[in-house]
Design a protein around this ligand. Structure first.
Ligand code: GTP
Length: 535
């Protein structure tokens, strides 16, 4: 599968040897190959366009981490985008409804509908211990109803007795009725296929759907289907309304473009994949596995992931060293803001902290949100190199220019500068204290300066460390060392120190101390009790 893409990318990517960040030219060349290979793999043109565009946006300017070749970086970005386009991990059939839960199978003739009906019925019976009834609504193909009956006998699953001459819609009603009477938990309707999509087929599917009210309507599609996959998926989704996809023949040597296309055009999850003719040849869909298969470059992906982790740690260490030396300019602040966005912004960071959910609203109310990060970054990016390293030169006219450049106001810039000054002051105080101040000092630095600045003032109940006497600061540190922080909602004392990238405590504005393993968010109240716990 996708051997071509692997070969093509391999050769073009080996040619990229630049350093620093990916240039537009590097990315263009690689993407030309990605585009060509995806089209050859029968991914629809429309889907390829969108895909390539998204990769381009992510790739141009992406930082190339040390020890990684630019080409490998592109592979990683393409891989991640493939995973995202292919959809969520482990979504499976939803049977959460009143019994009998109706599952309707739709698809073209020969897509593997009947076989998949048997496979799903067996899976539900074996794994969930449910009683299943299968019914064939295929009155088109003479042997279809007989085929399902045999599958039922083979798997020991009930099938609806065949009544010659009955219409598909009537069979559907009878199946639901029979399932109710027979105490079945699930009834699976195997509908008729056609060689291609036509109006009578869609009409019939819509009527069956209206009559049987399925909880799940699964489109069964052959993974070997080419460009037509998009039309099939779109038509079924528009006319019948599908809830998920099942791709059959994933064991074949097809290039799998259909998976990408169908998922992209319908937005519906791929719930299961067929990997053989036997009744147990049905698997859950793992987008990462498929993306690895598509690219055939799983080793590169993990290499890049590992390297990126190391580089984050190195950066964090360098930052910690600068802080120790009392240096913290606007470049450093921008780095911190970037790191935070990388971690998924405020939501992402809060999501990583147990029990922090409640705080998010309070923080948002204090103007401490993802938009604030973006705004602050924009401000710093609108400054010259000199200004970033020497914020003192920022007087009225420069501020005006920066405000225009970043779409903000002078007041926003002042707020940012105030935040930076507070942070830098504490860093300086910390630097003088050397090792003794250590992690706790850094925590205070991050917290006090960051929160105060971002919220436009210190949060209530929290002394401003930048205005504190060094002795007071030390006393406070001791108190924190004993667990619990006065007037401050402590996060659970046992915050793992292992946030991605190994942030040094207090190195993130407003987020001080998470990395240090004793974080406390000041003035937020939510975790007060937990914060008092002795560690
Ligand atoms: N290799 C492989 N073969 C499969 C898979 N799923 C189905 N098949 C085979 O594909 C053929 C067609 O499958 P059916 O289940 O009869 O197809 P259908 O969609 O029900 O066809 P109609 O009833 O005519 O609409 C059979 O020979 C199946 O064994 C799969 O995941 N892998």
């Amino acid at each position: 599968m996708f051997d071509n893409l692997q070969d093509r990318l391999g050769s073009i990517l080996n040619g990229l040897t630049g350093r620093g960040s990916l240039s537009d030219k590097d990315v263009q060349a690689a993407l030309r190959e990605v585009r060509r290979a995806l089209l050859e793999a029968d991914v629809s043109l429309e889907v390829v366009r969108g895909f390539v565009e998204r990769v381009r946006e992510k790739a141009v300017g992406a930082e190339i981490v040390k020890s990684i070749k630019p080409g490998q970086m592109v592979v990683k970005i393409v891989h991640d985008e493939l995973v995202e386009t292919l959809g969520s991990e482990g979504v499976t059939i939803d049977l959460n409804a009143a019994a009998p839960v109706v599952v309707m199978m739709v698809g073209l003739q020969g897509s593997g509908k009947t076989t998949t009906t048997g496979k799903i019925a067996k899976r539900i019976t074996d794994r969930e211990r449910k009683k299943v009834l299968m019914a064939s609504l295929d009155t088109q193909r003479p042997a279809a109803q007989e085929q399902l009956k045999q599958l039922g006998e083979q798997t020991g699953i009930d099938t609806l007795p065949v009544i010659a001459g009955q219409k598909p819609t009537d069979i559907a009603s009878r199946a639901v009725q029979a399932a109710k009477l027979g105490g079945h938990d699930v009834v699976i309707l195997d509908t008729a296929g056609r060689t291609h999509i036509d109006e009578p087929l869609m009409q019939e599917m819509a009527e069956i759907r209206a009559r049987s009210r399925p909880h799940e309507t699964l489109l069964v599609a052959d993974a070997l289907t080419g460009q037509d996959a998009v039309n099939v998926a779109q038509s079924f989704d528009e006319r019948v309304g599908i809830t998920g996809l099942v791709l059959t023949r994933m064991d074949g040597d097809g290039r799998g473009g259909a998976a990408l296309s169908m998922r992209a055009v319908t937005g519906k999850p791929i719930k299961l994949i067929g990997v053989g003719e036997k009744m147990d040849a049905l698997e859950e869909f793992h987008p990462k596995r498929i993306a690895d298969r598509i690219l055939g470059m799983g080793d590169i992906v993990s290499l890049v992931e590992k390297a990126a982790q190391t580089i984050d740690q190195e950066k964090a260490q360098a930052m910690a060293d600068r802080m120790k030396a009392g240096k913290f300019d606007l470049n450093d602040l921008a780095d911190q803001l970037r790191q935070m966005s990388k971690m998924g912004g405020m939501g992402g960071i809060m999501g990583m902290m147990p029990g922090a959910g409640k705080m998010t609203d309070q923080m948002a109310a204090a103007g401490f949100d993802d938009k604030a990060f973006a705004r602050q970054l924009a401000i710093i990016q609108s400054m010259t190199k000199h200004e970033r390293a020497h914020p003192d030169v920022l007087k009225h006219s420069r501020k005006k220019r920066i405000a225009t450049g970043s779409g903000t106001t002078s007041a926003d810039i002042n707020k940012l500068l105030k935040m930076h000054r507070q942070m830098a002051d504490v860093m300086k105080a910390m630097g003088g204290k050397g090792k003794k101040a250590g992690m706790l000092g850094k925590m205070l630095g991050g917290m006090g300066g960051g929160m105060g600045g971002m919220g436009g003032g210190m949060p209530p109940g929290m002394p401003d460390p930048s205005k504190m006497d060094p002795k007071e600061l030390e006393a406070l540190q001791k108190q924190m060392g004993a667990g619990g922080m006065p007037g401050a909602g402590g996060l659970p004392g046992g915050m793992p120190g292992g946030l991605p990238g190994g942030f040094p405590g207090g190195s993130m504005p407003g987020m001080g101390g998470f990395g240090g393993g004793r974080g406390g968010l000041p003035g937020l109240g939510a975790g007060r009790a937990a914060g008092k716990k002795k560690r």
